[in-house]
Design a protein around this ligand. Structure first.
Ligand code: AHR
Length: 495
C-alpha cells in the first residue's frame, strides 16, 4: 500500500488556468477542416466554425488559444488575412507541406473562434520575416478604439469595436524556423519590436519573448540578461519524441520499452523547467516574468499514408499518461509557469480532437484535460507521494505522478497517473491538516486502458473515463486502488 499525504494547510501557488491552454497553427488540418469549414459547408457550423469542435472545447474549458503558429507565425503577414475573402492574397505554406494557404481564416475568424469557445486569444507576431511596423499595426488594428488608419480599416472590415488582446508573442522559435538567430541578436531585436507593441486604452498587453528550445539554458541566460526587463513572459518549447528526429517512432505501434522511454522523456520536463526557473530567478527575483510552455506534447512519425507535412498522428492511452504527467508538472511549477499550450488542438501532433469530414473523435488526451479542468485557478497544495520505481529495458520511472489543489469552496481535487503497465497500486490518501467531516464525500473518475488503445472514427469510445468504483472513505482520507496504466481524478468534499 502506497501513501499519498496531502497537506491542505500548506498552500503553494495559484494554478493559472492558462496552464490548460492550447495551440493552433496553419498546419495540416488543424485550422482548415479541424476548426474552420467555412459558412457554406454542409458540416454544421456557426460563422464557419465547426459546431461539434466548439462544443467539445467548451466542455474542457479551454482558457487560452495560441495562433497562427508556430513556424507559420514568422512567415505570416496578417494583412493578407483580412477583408473580403475572395480578394485575400494566397500564399505558400512553406513549412507545412508547401500547400496554398488562401488566408480565408485570418484575424477576424480567429477571434470569432475564441469568442465561440470562450477562451482568450494569444497571438504570435512575425519577427523572422516581418517588420516592426507590421507588428505594431496589427495591435493597432485589433485594439485601438480611436481614429487611426488601422482602426478605420478594422471598421471597414465589419468590426467596429476593438477586441481585447492580452497575450502577444514577439516571434516564435527565433533560434530556428523564426530566423536562425543567436540569443543576443534576438534579445536586441526583441527589445526593438516589443517597443512598438502598444497598449491602447484599457488593453494591456502581456508580451511574450521567444524562449529556449528544451534544455538550451544559454538562450534563457542571454535573453533574460539583455531583455528580461522588457517582457512579461518567456516561452519554452519541449516535445516528447520517443526516438530521434529522423525516426521518432509510431504513435500506436510501440513496445513496453518504448512506452517507458516515452514517459522518461516526458518527465525530463520537470528538470528543464526547474533549471530555466533557476536562471530566471537570478534575473527576475520578484517573479515578474512568467514561463510560458507554449508548445509541448508528443511528436511521433505521421500516420502511415498521410502527408508528412501535416503532422497527423493518433493518440493512445500512452498520450493520456504523458498529458497527465506534464499537467501535474506544470501545476507543481505554477509559481513560475503561468501558461502552457499543448501542440496542437485538432488533427496535429498530440491533439485533443481528431476530425475526418463531418466526423469528430475525442482522444484520450482530451479526457485528461476534462478530468484536470478543476485545477484551473485553484491553489496548489503540498503533496508527498510514496512511489516505487517501475519500467522495462533500462527505462525506469516512478510509478506515480500526482498533484492536488483546493478551490475557493474548499473542495480538493487530486489528479494522478499510474505509470506502471502491470501493477495496480493500492493507495492510501491521507489528508494532513484537515480531517474528513461527518458528511465527507469522495468521488472519482478513472481513465484506464491498454497502452496502445486509442479512439478512432469507428470506435470513438474505446478509451473513455468511467466512475471510480470502490473508493473507501476513512477518517484521515480515503483508499483506492489505482489501475495499471491509468489516470485518475478525485474530488474530495470534507463537510
Ligand atoms: O508544432 C509544430 C512546430 O513545432 C511549430 O510550428 C514550431 O514552433 C515547432 O518546432
Amino acid at each position: 500500500m502506497g501513501r499519498l499525504i496531502i497537506n491542505t494547510e500548506k498552500k503553494k501557488s495559484k494554478i493559472n488556468k492558462n496552464i490548460y491552454g492550447h495551440f493552433s497553427e496553419h498546419l495540416g488540418r488543424c485550422i482548415y477542416g479541424g476548426i474552420y469549414v467555412g459558412e457554406d459547408s454542409d458540416i454544421p457550423n456557426v460563422n464557419g466554425m465547426r459546431r461539434d469542435v466548439v462544443e467539445a472545447l467548451r466542455q474542457i474549458k479551454v482558457p487560452v488559444l495560441r495562433w497562427p503558429g508556430g513556424c507559420f507565425a514568422d512567415e505570416y503577414h496578417w494583412k493578407d488575412g483580412i477583408g473580403p475573402k475572395n480578394s485575400r492574397k494566397k500564399m505558400i505554406n512553406t513549412h507545412w507541406g508547401g500547400l496554398v494557404e488562401d488566408n480565408s481564416f485570418g484575424t477576424h475568424e480567429f477571434l470569432e473562434f475564441c469568442r465561440q469557445v470562450g477562451c482568450e486569444p494569444y497571438i504570435n507576431g512575425n519577427v523572422g520575416s516581418g517588420t516592426v511596423q507590421e507588428m505594431s499595426e496589427w495591435m493597432e488594428y485589433m485594439t485601438f478604439d480611436g481614429v487611426s488608419p488601422m482602426a478605420g480599416l478594422r471598421r471597414e472590415n465589419g468590426h467596429p469595436e476593438p477586441w481585447k488582446i492580452r497575450y502577444f508573442g514577439v516571434g516564435n522559435e527565433n533560434w530556428g524556423c523564426g530566423g536562425n538567430m543567436r540569443p543576443s541578436y534576438y534579445a536586441d531585436i526583441y527589445r526593438r519590436f516589443q517597443t512598438y507593441v502598444r497598449n491602447y486604452g484599457e488593453n494591456k498587453v502581456f508580451k511574450i519573448a521567444c524562449g529556449p528550445n528544451g534544455d538550451d539554458y544559454e538562450w534563457t541566460e542571454t535573453v533574460m540578461e539583455i531583455a528580461g526587463k522588457f517582457m512579461d513572459g518567456l516561452s519554452l518549447h519541449y516535445y516528447t519524441v520517443p526516438g530521434d528526429w529522423n525516426r521518432k517512432g509510431s504513435a500506436v505501434d510501440f513496445t513496453e520499452e518504448d512506452y517507458y522511454n516515452t514517459l522518461k522523456k516526458t518527465l525530463y520536463m520537470d528538470e528543464i523547467i526547474t533549471k530555466h526557473t533557476q536562471i530566471m530567478n537570478r534575473y527576475d527575483p520578484d517573479n515578474k516574468v512568467g514561463l510560458i510552455v507554449d508548445e509541448w506534447g508528443t511528436w511521433y512519425d505521421v500516420e502511415p499514408g498521410t502527408n508528412p507535412g501535416f503532422l497527423y498522428q493518433q493518440n493512445t492511452m500512452r498520450d493520456a499518461v504523458v498529458a497527465a504527467i506534464n499537467l501535474n508538472i506544470f501545476n507543481e511549477h505554477s509559481d513560475r509557469v503561468v501558461m502552457a499550450n499543448i501542440a496542437q488542438m485538432v488533427n496535429v501532433l498530440q491533439s485533443v480532437i481528431l476530425t475526418e469530414g463531418d466526423k469528430m473523435v475525442l482522444t484520450p488526451t482530451y479526457h485528461v484535460f476534462d478530468m484536470y479542468k478543476r485545477h484551473q485557478e485553484a491553489m496548489l497544495v503540498d503533496v508527498y507521494a510514496e512511489t516505487e520505481e517501475t519500467g522495462k529495458g533500462g527505462y525506469t520511472v516512478p510509478n506515480l505522478s500526482v498533484s492536488a489543489s483546493e478551490d475557493g469552496e474548499g473542495v480538493l481535487n487530486i489528479t494522478a497517473a499510474n505509470l506502471s503497465l502491470d501493477t495496480a497500486y493500492p493507495l492510501e490518501c491521507i489528508l494532513a491538516g484537515s480531517c474528513m467531516g461527518e458528511h465527507a464525500s469522495v468521488e472519482g473518475e478513472v481513465l484506464s486502458a491498454g497502452m496502445n488503445a486509442f479512439n478512432d472514427f469507428s470506435h470513438p469510445e474505446d478509451v473513455a473515463p468511467s466512475g471510480a468504483e470502490g473508493i473507501e472513505v476513512t477518517k484521515e482520507g480515503f483508499k483506492f486502488t489505482v489501475p495499471a496504466c491509468s489516470v485518475v481524478h478525485f474530488t474530495v468534499k470534507r463537510q
